[in-house]
Design a protein around this ligand. Sequence first.
Ligand code: IVH
Length: 764
Amino acid sequence: MAGSRRGKSGMSSGGAGNADRQLARAEIGRLRKLLRAADLAYYQRDAPEMSDARYDEAKRRLAALERAHPELSTPDSPTRTVGAPPREGFARVRHEQAMLSLANAFDARDVRDFDERIRRFLGLGDQVVTYTAEPKIDGLSLSLRYERGVLVMAATRGDGEVGEDVTANARTIADIPQRLTGAPDILEVRGEVYMTHAEFAALNAAQDQAGAPRFANPRNAAAGSLRQLDPEVTRARPLCFFAYAWGVVSAPLGRTQMEALERFAQLGFSTNPLTRLCRGPDALLAHYGVIEQQRAELGYDIDGVVYKVNDLDWQRRLGFRATTPRWAIAHKFPAETAWTRLERIDIQVGRTGALSPVARLKPVTVGGVVVSNATLHNEDYIAGRSADGTPIRDGKDIREGDWVKIYRAGDVIPKVADVDLARRPADARPYVFPTKCPECGSDALREEGDSVRRCQGGMFCPAQAMERLRHFVSRPAFDIVGLGSRQVETFYLLGWIREPADIFTLQARDSAGEKTLVTLDEVLQRIGRSGAPEAQRRELAGLLGLERFAPETARAAYLERSRMPLGRQHGWGEKSAARLFAAIERRRRIELDRLIFALGIRHVGEAAARLLALHYRDWAAFETALSGAVPGTGAQWDELVNIDGVGDVMARALVTAFHQPGERALIDRLVAQLTQVIPAEPPAADASPIAGRTIVFTGTLERMTRAEAKARAEALGARVAGSVSRRTDLVVAGPGAGSKAKKAAELGIETLDEDGWLKLIDGK
Ligand code: IVH
């Protein structure tokens, strides 16, 4: 471009004439725009658009121009800033009814087990259950809310609880009616947005023409098209929609799943024509075969067959586990496979310090998706044996340089299925699993009975610290608006945040100009200027943009960046910084279940955190119980392991976290920053007579199975315990009740028989 050449000559002449300055101003503007766009692509979209060489060149020229024209230099110039603001875009919507996923079945055995579980749960004996069987569409799920027949909201699934508002885009999809006649006043229709093979091919051809990147598969293309900020882009990429489920409805859609689907069709939705009613598991498996045969000719991707209990009353009784319904399952198609070369084995360090080996592969297409990484699980798996010593892959070990068979099932992480010994390079050596953490150099130990080797560095290990911070700010945890995993990572690398408590002191340190918590030596080590390992150096330096600096200037650039207030970092302004600090302040009040989950204790997932929060109710009780518990003995331990859903392993992890001084101090520092931990509220607290009460079932129940009774009680907000103690509120005793009923009588605890229990919960 002529302008840029002239700009360059203006710069080198150093002339300060007016015309010269104007050219410089234009060129500076152009370069800043270019670099900011590159930063956005790099930091926000994770998709670098410019080569490092071009980026460096542009930055050097900009810096030189700014030096020659100091009056044109500004604090927000890309030469003085790092990163990019949080991704802005779609508004977030909380689903009134969570959008769940499905449990998977991989073979006939799993399908028969599914059917048996259902019959057992409902106490049906040999009675045959009728199911619907329909293709599992490989797209992305969408919830459409209609009020009085008018489409008012379309939201993606997101994390199941909170999705993105894509209403404007959904309105451009022909399969989605804007108005319905004869629908219930409130109706949330759920289904799958997908792209046909024909549209996918056309889209990629257009991308090629425009010199834009291709989409890897129709699902990514559909997701990318639906999540466009400009609805006109969505309109230009025809998407389709199949309705298969629903959320909130103000009036029932029918008595069965099939009737509900027919209702959808009458209302103008597309439902999948391969949906069939099947009586029992044999019929399910037969229809699975039919669908599998037609798979290649459908013209869109499917990755299995979904089975659902047809009777909606049974569905209601079966209810849900934490994230999946008991009444449905996805029977996945067998995994696809391909052979490729394993180039290298890398070790990644996770939040809990687990060293996870990853196979870096020569990229290969497996079932339409390009795969370049596969999980290797642990050192036994690499060595060709399972945890109990039995051989896997006929005992063949995996070595760098090997030819390996990769398989991939749906969205599951690709795995290594086999090794071709005939093609093993002569110099391939057995893989030696590291005994030191590759990130921080601490010992990596393998405890007895554990298949995983763990770094002992705790929060001193940058990989663990960063993973824990990411976990801490994740959606089900503290979920601070504007502080996503990329921001927290950048703040960590700038030395501003080392542990969760630091998030809450960031603002005070920011205004005092004292954010840096780490010493410069630590940072230099992290960015690989003093012998840090390669993988770490690349990751850290990349995030800070420091790899673009020569070693002698990296130190100064780092210091400059880390000292600059947030409001002056590139992509941030006073306003967005103030917004972030306000969002952090708001989170000084946090729900107990979020706090427990955020602590990142091993084995304690979202569902378990909720169970613990509901059981102990407030932080003080939880903290006292865990501080006092001794593994394997005493009342506090018994209480903990008696919580339904808390096993021995999880209980040990919890107690360990509260007894390890370093870990404990971290928790205490965090809690000291909070102003209120909001006690857990059981669901439907006012509606249910048993909400918040602890119930023990004993003896035989005749009108519902124990599993159903327990699920009903939990759905109504009660806790179900395995043994009677002073904390028990109610015992439901059927015939044959023994010691538990006796103990309840001794303790004076209310005891009901089955009829009394049903009357209590159903009012009949
Ligand atoms: S039913 C409560 N039916 O699969 C159950 N899901 O792996 C709601 N999916 O998140 C889901 N085809 O995005 C259902 N015919 C079908 C489906 C289907 C595709 C997707 C859906 C869901 C995921 C679970």
